[in-house]
Ligand binder design. Structure first.
Ligand code: ZN
Length: 147
Protein backbone atom coordinates (compact mmCIF):
# COMPACT_ATOMS: atom_id res chain seq x y z
CA UNK A 1 0.00 0.00 0.00
CA UNK A 2 1.56 3.31 -0.96
CA UNK A 3 1.32 6.52 1.00
CA UNK A 4 -1.48 7.96 -1.13
CA UNK A 5 -3.72 4.95 -0.45
CA UNK A 6 -2.95 5.19 3.25
CA UNK A 7 -3.83 8.90 3.30
CA UNK A 8 -7.05 8.29 1.36
CA UNK A 9 -8.02 5.58 3.84
CA UNK A 10 -7.44 7.96 6.78
CA UNK A 11 -9.72 10.58 5.16
CA UNK A 12 -12.43 8.03 4.36
CA UNK A 13 -12.26 6.54 7.85
CA UNK A 14 -12.54 9.93 9.59
CA UNK A 15 -15.40 10.95 7.29
CA UNK A 16 -17.31 7.74 7.93
CA UNK A 17 -16.64 7.71 11.67
CA UNK A 18 -15.76 11.24 12.76
CA UNK A 19 -14.04 11.39 16.15
CA UNK A 20 -15.27 13.75 18.88
CA UNK A 21 -18.52 14.28 16.97
CA UNK A 22 -21.54 15.76 18.76
CA UNK A 23 -22.24 18.73 21.00
CA UNK A 24 -20.04 19.31 24.06
CA UNK A 25 -22.21 20.19 27.03
CA UNK A 26 -20.80 22.81 29.40
CA UNK A 27 -18.34 24.07 26.80
CA UNK A 28 -16.43 27.28 27.54
CA UNK A 29 -16.78 28.54 23.98
CA UNK A 30 -18.27 27.62 20.65
CA UNK A 31 -18.29 28.98 17.13
CA UNK A 32 -20.04 28.23 13.86
CA UNK A 33 -18.26 28.05 10.54
CA UNK A 34 -19.60 28.09 7.00
CA UNK A 35 -17.80 27.52 3.72
CA UNK A 36 -20.18 28.86 1.07
CA UNK A 37 -17.99 27.59 -1.78
CA UNK A 38 -18.87 24.00 -0.92
CA UNK A 39 -21.75 24.33 1.56
CA UNK A 40 -19.83 22.91 4.53
CA UNK A 41 -21.15 23.88 7.96
CA UNK A 42 -19.51 23.19 11.31
CA UNK A 43 -19.93 24.00 14.96
CA UNK A 44 -16.89 23.61 17.21
CA UNK A 45 -17.08 23.49 21.02
CA UNK A 46 -14.08 23.81 23.32
CA UNK A 47 -13.46 23.25 27.01
CA UNK A 48 -10.51 25.23 28.32
CA UNK A 49 -8.16 25.21 31.25
CA UNK A 50 -6.54 28.63 30.94
CA UNK A 51 -4.94 28.57 27.51
CA UNK A 52 -5.16 24.82 27.06
CA UNK A 53 -7.88 22.97 25.17
CA UNK A 54 -8.86 20.14 27.49
CA UNK A 55 -11.77 18.95 25.37
CA UNK A 56 -13.10 19.68 21.92
CA UNK A 57 -16.04 18.40 19.92
CA UNK A 58 -17.63 19.30 16.63
CA UNK A 59 -20.78 18.75 14.68
CA UNK A 60 -21.62 19.59 11.12
CA UNK A 61 -22.65 18.69 7.66
CA UNK A 62 -20.26 18.91 4.78
CA UNK A 63 -18.11 17.12 2.28
CA UNK A 64 -15.74 14.28 3.19
CA UNK A 65 -12.74 16.61 3.38
CA UNK A 66 -14.39 19.09 5.76
CA UNK A 67 -15.63 16.33 8.07
CA UNK A 68 -12.38 14.34 8.05
CA UNK A 69 -10.32 17.50 8.56
CA UNK A 70 -12.42 18.51 11.59
CA UNK A 71 -12.21 15.01 13.04
CA UNK A 72 -8.42 14.90 12.62
CA UNK A 73 -8.12 18.41 14.06
CA UNK A 74 -10.04 17.55 17.24
CA UNK A 75 -7.69 14.63 17.87
CA UNK A 76 -4.61 16.72 17.15
CA UNK A 77 -5.39 19.80 19.29
CA UNK A 78 -6.79 18.18 22.42
CA UNK A 79 -4.41 18.93 25.29
CA UNK A 80 -2.55 21.67 23.40
CA UNK A 81 -2.40 25.35 24.33
CA UNK A 82 -3.30 28.18 21.97
CA UNK A 83 0.29 28.84 20.84
CA UNK A 84 0.84 25.17 19.98
CA UNK A 85 -2.47 25.07 18.10
CA UNK A 86 -1.51 28.15 16.09
CA UNK A 87 1.85 26.58 15.20
CA UNK A 88 0.13 23.37 14.16
CA UNK A 89 -2.35 25.28 12.01
CA UNK A 90 0.49 27.02 10.19
CA UNK A 91 2.03 23.62 9.38
CA UNK A 92 -1.32 22.28 8.16
CA UNK A 93 -1.92 25.38 6.06
CA UNK A 94 1.49 25.02 4.39
CA UNK A 95 0.76 21.36 3.70
CA UNK A 96 -2.60 22.25 2.11
CA UNK A 97 -1.41 25.11 -0.04
CA UNK A 98 2.15 24.25 -1.07
CA UNK A 99 2.30 21.69 -3.79
CA UNK A 100 4.45 18.72 -2.82
CA UNK A 101 5.07 20.12 0.64
CA UNK A 102 6.80 17.58 2.85
CA UNK A 103 4.65 16.58 5.80
CA UNK A 104 6.53 17.01 9.05
CA UNK A 105 6.46 13.92 11.27
CA UNK A 106 4.94 16.05 14.06
CA UNK A 107 1.77 16.41 11.97
CA UNK A 108 0.90 12.76 12.56
CA UNK A 109 -2.37 11.77 10.91
CA UNK A 110 -2.98 15.36 9.77
CA UNK A 111 -0.44 14.57 7.03
CA UNK A 112 -3.29 12.70 5.31
CA UNK A 113 -4.63 16.13 4.26
CA UNK A 114 -1.56 16.68 2.06
CA UNK A 115 -3.41 15.32 -0.99
CA UNK A 116 -5.78 18.30 -0.82
CA UNK A 117 -3.02 20.56 -2.21
CA UNK A 118 -3.74 18.97 -5.60
CA UNK A 119 -7.27 20.44 -5.43
CA UNK A 120 -6.96 24.16 -4.61
CA UNK A 121 -10.75 24.62 -4.63
CA UNK A 122 -11.00 22.20 -1.67
CA UNK A 123 -8.47 23.93 0.58
CA UNK A 124 -11.26 25.93 2.26
CA UNK A 125 -13.08 22.67 3.05
CA UNK A 126 -10.04 21.52 5.01
CA UNK A 127 -9.32 24.85 6.75
CA UNK A 128 -12.94 25.60 7.78
CA UNK A 129 -12.60 23.68 11.06
CA UNK A 130 -9.38 25.53 11.95
CA UNK A 131 -10.97 28.95 11.30
CA UNK A 132 -13.97 27.90 13.38
CA UNK A 133 -11.75 26.71 16.24
CA UNK A 134 -9.86 30.00 16.07
CA UNK A 135 -13.13 31.94 16.33
CA UNK A 136 -14.13 29.90 19.38
CA UNK A 137 -10.75 30.51 21.05
CA UNK A 138 -10.93 34.24 20.31
CA UNK A 139 -14.43 34.36 21.73
CA UNK A 140 -13.28 32.67 24.93
CA UNK A 141 -10.43 35.17 25.26
CA UNK A 142 -12.89 38.04 24.77
CA UNK A 143 -15.16 36.57 27.42
CA UNK A 144 -12.30 36.40 29.90
CA UNK A 145 -11.28 40.03 29.42
CA UNK A 146 -14.81 41.37 29.96
CA UNK A 147 -15.26 39.54 33.27
ZN1 ZN B 1 -16.30 20.96 1.31
Amino acid sequence: MDLKDLYRDVILDHNRQPRNFGALTGADAQADGHNPLCGDRLTVWVQLDGDRVTDIRFEGKGCAISTASASLMTEAVKGKDKAAIQALYEQVHALLTQHNAEADASLGKLAALGGVSEFPSRVKCATLCWHTLNAALERSAAAVTTE
